[in-house]
Design a binder for this molecule. Structure first.
Ligand SMILES: Cc1cc2nc3c(=O)[nH]c(=O)nc-3n(C[C@H](O)[C@H](O)[C@H](O)COP(=O)(O)OP(=O)(O)OC[C@H]3O[C@@H](n4cnc5c(N)ncnc54)[C@H](O)[C@@H]3O)c2cc1C
Length: 413
């Protein structure tokens, strides 16, 4: 894709800056964090210093005052090197912060967004439950009105930053009599990070002055196949006390807000999947150029060329879809359909997504060591692909039953 299609000089400067950070800082350290399943606090501190946690938000809310394309470029570049770092920025920004920017009162925005945009604390989003995955209308976390506060009970699973984060936007059912997707409300809940020592050491990740909601707890961390440096856990509400001023948007209208947030999330996850695939292609090109068999680099065999050409072509197509969707969103145009397409196509660049896509390394080396190693030269890409969250969920559904007719242009995928 030619840069001039979507990017200004400023975008290219942002891309160069993040590319440099990803290569110099993330690339050398990511394998160890991934191996240890450790949250990359030191790198998070550096990302906060670079302003990567508030890219698209206005400066008056503590953001970097950049645009949406800049934000997508950052996710794309980080994912080329490490998916965990990319999802940390993406989940924090799109899922944790954007609902407050989009639906919060002035008071809520002033209270929460500057902390999130500066990366002073990390944010997250709690929608998924054991019985409510693609079908978020199945939410079984309940919130009971107690006058000046609500009491929440229930649990959310697979929540990015549930341990390390301090501010979350979560869904809870406030009207048990209402039909499935009605009667759900969005709440802003707060808790202390589980990594208090680390947060204090690096100087980000905890704000002692932020009032916390008693009864909001992080449970055991998931032991994932990939994205191991990303913090994924259960978020539990045990008679959690949430002040009424933390209701986000209109009561009983949370489901619509979540669908809106997930539309933006699809563009980000498209960029993330694209980055993973592009990083893997770069490794494939490097490896096939240096690995010699039969006295010559394996890149000189035409069968290997075919696989690499397929990968490059699929990646190029996905790149157009992702940046077109991002451009539409940035220009206030309808982008729901394009976001779904971008995510669908990009996620199929990766592993285990039928019909058979070009699969980094596994395609090129179906029966050789590199396709199965956990370390270089295939840097975590197959596992990154397996573990890609479907937040927003499946390309096929969030609320549509399998038997639904195909989505109309502009309808929810
Ligand atoms: C690493 C990671 C991080 C995550 N982070 C978050 C987070 O921060 N916040 C959050 O709320 N959630 C998060 N999730 C959860 C994610 O959103 C869910 O996994 C997703 O919504 C799918 O739900 P499920 O896993 O229950 O799958 P299910 O809904 O049980 O789906 C199982 C399979 O059935 C298919 N399927 C379901 N319904 C249909 C249908 N109508 N038509 C056709 N096929 C269908 C799905 O595509 C899928 O292949 C995360 C998940 C992971 C893996």
């Amino acid at each position: 894709m030619h840069d001039s299609l979507y990017f200004t000089d400023h975008h290219l400067q942002v891309r160069d800056m993040v590319r440099d950070f990803a290569q110099q800082v993330v690339k050398p350290s990511a394998p160890q964090y991934d191996h240890d399943s450790a949250f990359p606090w030191d790198n998070v501190r550096r990302m906060a210093d670079l302003g990567l946690f508030g890219i698209p938000w206005p400066e008056e809310l503590g953001g970097s005052g950049m645009d949406y394309l800049s934000y997508i470029l950052v996710i794309h570049e980080l994912a080329k090197v490490d998916a965990s770092h990319a999802i940390t920025v993406s989940a924090h920004t799109t899922l944790g912060t954007s609902p407050i920017v989009d639906f919060g009162t002035d008071e809520q925005k002033k209270r929460f967004v500057p902390l999130l945009a500066a990366g002073k604390v990390l944010g997250g989003f709690g929608l998924t439950e054991p019985g409510a995955g693609s079908d978020a209308g199945g939410t079984q976390t309940f919130a009971v009105d107690k006058g000046d506060h609500f009491v929440l009970n229930g649990s959310k699973i697979f929540i990015t930053h549930a341990g390390v984060g301090e501010i979350f936007v979560v869904a809870a059912r406030t009207d048990p009599a209402a039909k499935r997707t009605h009667g759900i409300t969005a709440f802003i809940v707060t808790k202390d990070t589980t990594d208090l020592e680390q947060a204090k050491r690096v100087g980000v990740g905890h704000d002692a002055s932020l009032p916390k909601c008693p009864g909001v707890l992080a449970a055991k961390k998931e032991d994932k196949l990939g994205w191991r440096a990303s913090d994924t856990r259960e978020l539990v509400f045990q008679d959690a006390l949430v002040p009424k001023e933390n209701v986000l948007g209109a009561l009983h209208n949370g489901f619509r807000q979540f669908l809106h947030t997930l539309d933006g999330g699809r563009v980000g996850l498209g960029a993330l999947s694209l980055g993973i695939a592009e990083g893997a292609l770069e490794e494939c090109l490097r490896y096939t150029g240096t690995r010699k068999q039969f006295g010559r680099p394996i890149a000189s065999f035409q069968g290997v060329h075919f696989a690499l050409a397929d990968m490059a072509t699929e990646i190029e197509a996905a790149k157009h879809l992702v940046y077109h969707a991002a451009w539409l969103k940035q220009h206030g145009q309808p982008f729901k359909r394009e976001a779904a397409m971008a995510k669908r196509r990009s996620s199929r660049l990766n592993l285990l997504q039928p019909p058979q896509p070009p699969q980094p390394f596994v395609t090129v080396f179906p029966d050789s060591g590199p396709g199965t190693q956990s370390g270089p030269p295939a840097p975590r890409s197959p596992c990154s692909s397996v573990c890609r969250p479907r937040v927003p969920p499946s390309s096929r559904s969030r609320s549509a039953p399998a038997a639904s007719p195909p989505a109309r242009p502009g309808a929810s995928p």
